[in-house]
Unconditional design. Structure first.
Length: 446
């Protein structure tokens, strides 16, 4: 779980901004707020970030995406680190960017942070936070690294650090060197932090191809309840030649796809979802199709690309909500523009369904950005679970929790206050109501 995330000098975030999921003293919806008794801490299961266009919501999402990719994949030797500093201030653009996390991993809190430029990692630190105090695991400063007392005698760590490229995190390199001392933090970024962009397609859709699988059954149970018209989804064999793959790609797949392996093909041109597997030495292709119920009770088959944008978006989002509903799950899902192509009531139902199963023992989290002010509702969300992103005149983005506004009471109509500009985060519109030019008589000219 995320306790806090701090970013500085990243895209539109010039100054340090700390986003916290640590619960305040607020009592509202207390029954569904996870508690970590060892640390005497409440960690919120959900956060919504509102704001106008270009306010910084997506840049916040991209910061998490960058951190995940940099930790889990890194960059090639001598390659540029794809960090994006604030560009509207020449002095700031030359400064390093900083990312800092406090994470609950297997009931232990870790503080992990790193400072980078496009060329190198300048600073990197990992600390285990105990209820009795902090325990330094390592602190890297440029070409030197200090290890905590319990790790100083481990020669492998020093050897692994000396082999760490300047543009690579020591955390990443230590795992690649089969050192497990810091692996829980690496694994959290790789396996537990999931990010879904507005145009992202669900990566595990092959789980819905197999009849009788748990996710296949759960998806087909939910879809008819959500007024999409889809009765069920399933996988269907398709001839490899029918995919119209370029010869070079087809040859590459023939070589790379081995027995028991599956490869996802996301065909941007058609919108289909296709997987390739090798069975009995032959390359096999299957694609996702949908079935709708006719008035006479029979079913009609549709290509997935024939579904509406909203239905395709729902199919891409539902697996995340199915995962969040698992009591044993400890994943953190971050969804940018959760409401894209979805009706307000459908988005609200998905969010409410997640909250309904949250308890003091929950270890999942859902973070999302949205323009949908109908989700700005204190009967569903606490004040410390709602944030607003706002861009200042300088171009700098800031994040503010609604709990920081003194006049936001439990019974206040937040939507009215927000749309009136009292909470920030709305567009500053200066254009005239008419889009065309105006003539001398004041009329709009088209």
């Amino acid at each position: 779980m995320i306790l806090t995330f701090t970013l500085e000098n990243w895209m539109s975030f010039r100054d340090p901004v700390t986003f916290t999921m640590v619960g305040t003293a607020e009592r509202q919806h207390a029954e569904r707020v996870p508690r970590v008794e060892k640390y005497r801490t409440k960690i919120l299961p959900i956060a919504a970030i509102y704001g106008g266009n270009a306010s910084g919501k997506t840049n916040f999402f991209q910061a998490l995406n960058f951190a995940k990719r940099f930790v889990t994949q890194g960059v090639l030797p001598d390659a540029r680190i794809p960090v994006e500093p604030f560009r509207l201030d020449a002095a700031v653009a030359e400064r390093p960017s900083r990312f800092a996390f406090e994470l609950l991993i297997d009931e232990r809190v870790y503080a992990f942070e790193f400072t980078v430029t496009p060329k190198a990692v300048l600073d990197e630190q990992l600390t285990l936070i105990l209820s009795t105090g902090d325990k330094l695991l390592y602190h890297r400063r440029g070409e030197a690294c200090d290890f905590g007392k319990a790790l100083k005698r481990d020669a492998r760590l020093q050897f692994a650090f000396e082999g760490t490229q300047a543009n690579r995190l020591f955390l990443t390199n230590s795992v690649s060197q089969k050192i497990d001392a810091f692996r829980p933090v690496y694994d959290w970024f790789r396996d537990r932090l999931e990010l879904i962009a507005p145009d992202a397609r669900f990566q595990g859709f092959e789980e819905f191809f197999g009849e009788g699988g748990p996710r296949h059954g759960a998806m087909n149970q939910l879809l008819p309840q959500l007024d999409t018209g889809i009765a069920r989804v399933c996988g269907e064999e398709v001839a490899l030649d029918a995919l119209h793959l370029p010869a070079a790609i087809k040859a590459d797949l023939q070589e790379r796809v081995t027995e028991g392996m599956s490869v996802r093909l996301l065909n941007d041109g058609s919108g289909d979802r296709v997987i390739l597997t090798r069975e009995g030495g032959e390359l096999q292709a299957r694609k996702l199709v949908t079935w709708h119920r006719r008035s006479d009770g029979t079913e009609a088959r549709f290509e997935f690309r024939q579904e509406s944008d909203g239905s395709r978006r729902l199919v891409d989002l539902l697996p995340a909500f199915l995962d969040l509903a698992l009591q044993a799950s400890d994943r953190v899902y971050v969804i940018d523009e959760i409401d894209r192509s979805l009706h307000t009531l459908l988005t609200r139902r998905l969010v409410q369904a997640y909250l309904d199963q949250c308890t003091a023992q929950t270890r999942t989290q859902l973070l999302f950005t949205t323009h949908d002010v109908l989700l700005m509702d204190q009967t569903m969300l606490r004040r410390d679970e709602m944030w607003v992103a706002e861009r200042e005149a300088s171009g700098n983005s800031i994040l503010t929790a609604f709990s920081e506004f003194e006049d936001v009471r439990h019974d206040k109509d937040l939507r009215k206050s927000y749309l009136q500009g009292r909470l920030g985060g709305i567009p500053r519109l200066t254009m005239n109501p008419g889009l065309g030019e105006r003539g001398d008589d004041g009329r709009t000219m088209h």
